[in-house]
Design a protein around this ligand. Sequence first.
Ligand SMILES: [Zn+2]
Length: 109
Amino acid sequence: MPGVGIRWDHHDEAASRTGALQMVRGFGLAMPPRSIHPPALTSNHISGRAIDMTIRWSGVIELPRKDGSAVTVTWTPNVNSNLGLHDVGASYGVRKLRSDAPHWSFNGR
Ligand SMILES: [Zn+2]
């Protein structure tokens, strides 16, 4: 993209891939299988209505929904399948995009 200081072509495929991987690690980008979505210029992040975050705990915890009821949630290595955690987030209006491990937003996109 003009005006963006990213060197995509290192005139060698292996070097270009290495450079791209350095950028992925440097910016903490989620890659498949954690995310199937490439960085985008149109997303809920642009309008400030999405956040990428990693949530970790060990074992089982009890979390409050917005209505005050409690949910028991067990940690799983794949946050995209942790429906109990998604339920708690949704009670606060924060919805999980299940195809992008760190992504939560107001509408789940
Ligand atoms: Zn995101």
